[in-house]
Design a protein around this ligand. Structure first.
Ligand code: GLA
Length: 418
């Protein structure tokens, strides 16, 4: 069911591209350098591949199969121009539909109509902008949109990615009948390592075989859920799900995430068209509280100032990127009103007051629920308003919009202890 609908989606995007609708202004990256020279390096290579959750942009949520080098370079330029690169976004990831057919020798090649300059030239162009390039494949015979998968080509495909200068592989799970996730992802993980080029492996089997129990050390992140949909609480009829459903699935998984091995609740829908501004802020706040990979999934060239402000909120991003790498969890559940907390490396706490109901309501965080002395004082900072709201003893209450959050940082006041 899921596959046929995705293919349908892919076909309709193909029709759009056939009509020549791509409007991005960026120039193509130019001819590929000689194949024998070493691929270009991304600007900085961290000692560990993902000590904090990877951040970047991925083509799928907004562009689907309507992807090409102009779309990708347009996104790379927009990441820089919008201040997102400076805020920490680094990986520009081409999702499904970049592939053409395999050549006579079985080598994977980019679709010449979509990527006329080739992936190597695109990687060079992305690196020249101070960013890193991600690509997509699938452990089965075909990708979800029916492009060639990597089954039985893992070593050659990994070598091709390394030769092109790729820095990140998202590896999907369509058309894998009879295959075992641990074996298939292990095979690609080893193939990537054998190239000698550091490449992040983003595991994407939708949580189907509980990767949080086996995938640390295989990849740096694993999808924990089905595909995100551009909606707040829409249903799950073909395997996709709204933001609230994903929040609920992530609630139980906090013990399994940490530096170098992250639960991935899927790419962001912030700035696409299905969420209100309040819901977009709530979505981004939760992904930060979850220490989730932050892969923007919108059209960066046309986003509004409000959306840019969400995606570049440094204080919220700092919660996501906190070096302790703890996934936040729910600490209080009063029906539609919830309190969530993530401990941070400096001893402070990020807190979300979450109203999943339909009426604006006061929500209270009690110090004892977040590991503070109930009689003590704490300074409360509102991360979306960017202001300290005051120092409080025992609890803090704020009114929260329906489908909204108030996101706070609490610093215990040592002088205020009883
Ligand atoms: C699957 C993945 C998505 C996207 C599509 C591409 O559904 O879960 O994130 O990569 O395939 O076809």
């Amino acid at each position: 069911m899921r596959v046929s609908i995705l293919v349908g989606l892919g076909s309709s995007f193909l029709l759009v591209i056939g009509a020549g609708s791509s409007a991005e202004p960026a120039a193509p990256p130019g001819p590929a350098p000689a194949a024998s020279s070493a691929p270009s390096a991304p600007p900085r290579l961290a000692a560990s591949l993902a000590p904090t959750p990877p951040m970047g942009w991925n083509s799928w949520n907004r562009f689907g199969c309507n992807v090409g080098e102009r779309v990708v370079l347009g996104a790379a330029d927009a990441l820089v121009k919008a201040g997102m690169k400076d805020a920490g976004y680094r990986y520009v990831v081409i999702d499904d539909c970049w592939q053409g057919k395999r050549d006579a020798a079985g080598a994977i090649v980019a679709d010449p109509a979509r990527f006329p300059s080739g992936i190597r030239a695109l990687a060079d162009a992305v690196h020249a902008r101070g960013l890193a390039l991600g690509i997509y494949s699938d452990a089965g015979t075909l990708t979800c949109a029916k492009r060639p998968g990597s089954k039985d080509h893992e070593v050659d495909d990994a070598r091709a990615y390394a030769a092109w200068g790729v820095d990140y592989l998202k590896y999907d799970w369509c058309n894998t009948e009879g295959q075992d996730t641990r074996e298939a992802y292990g095979t690609m993980s080893r193939a990537l390592r054998a190239t000698g080029r550091p490449m992040i492996l983003s595991i994407c089997e939708w949580g189907s075989t509980k990767p949080w129990l086996w995938a640390a050390g295989v990849g740096q992140l694993w999808r924990a859920t089905g595909d995100i949909q551009d909606c707040w609480d829409c249903g799950t009829s073909w395997g996709g799900m709204g933001v609230v459903h994903i929040i609920d699935l992530m609630a139980e998984l906090y013990p399994f995430s940490g530096p170098g091995h992250w639960n991935d609740p899927d790419m962001l829908e912030v700035g696409n068209h299905g969420l209100t501004l309040v819901e977009n802020r709530a979505h981004f706040s939760f992904w930060a509280l979850f220490a989730a990979p932050l892969m923007a999934g919108n059209d960066l060239q046309t986003m509004s100032a409000d959306i840019r402000a969400i995606l570049t909120n440094r204080e919220v991003i700092a919660v996501d990127q906190d070096p302790l790498g703890i996934q936040g969890r729910k600490v209080r559940d009063n029906g539609p009103h919830e309190v969530w907390m993530k401990p941070l490396a400096d001893g402070t706490r990020a807190v979300i007051l979450f109203n999943r109901g339909t009426e604006e309501s006061p929500i209270t965080v009690e110090w004892e629920d977040i590991g503070l002395h109930q009689g003590g004082r704490a300074t409360v900072r509102d991360l979306w308003k960017g202001i300290d709201v005051g120092t409080f003893r025992g609890r803090y209450q704020a009114r929260v919009s329906p489908h909204g959050v108030i996101m706070l940082k609490l610093t215990a006041d040592p002088t205020g202890a009883p």
